[in-house]
Design a protein around this ligand. Structure first.
Ligand SMILES: [Zn+2]
Length: 106
């Protein structure tokens, strides 16, 4: 499928290939919502609400940029730190387990 408003053939941050192109939910102005997903995980969305002057928006950032790698690393470190604090607490094990599970998968 050829999208009309998201024209990059690869991720502009890392060069990853396109893995999915979708068009859905046609706006009353006749334009479609368009989505393009790259192999790296980046997702770009064209929202047709402002007609042809709408700009595609990055919904999920490329994880391979230095800034986003650093952000992810900081999140993992924070998660590990929080889990350590919870494990060291003398609160009941059941509650600690619940908290850890809720943190682990975020
Ligand atoms: Zn990328």
């Amino acid at each position: 499928m050829e999208l009309n408003h998201i024209t990059e053939k690869s991720c502009i941050d890392c060069g990853a290939k396109v893995v999915r192109e979708t068009r859905k939910d046609k706006h009353t102005n006749g334009l479609w919502n368009e989505y393009k997903e790259y192999q790296c995980g980046k997702i770009v969305h064209f929202i047709p609400n402002y007609g042809l002057s709408s700009e595609p928006r990055v919904e999920t950032q490329c994880p391979k940029t230095k800034k986003n790698r650093l952000k992810a690393e900081k999140r993992v470190n924070l998660k590990l730190h929080l889990i350590e604090v919870i494990e060291d607490s003398d609160a009941d094990e059941e509650y600690k387990k619940t908290l850890i599970v809720s943190i682990k998968y975020r």
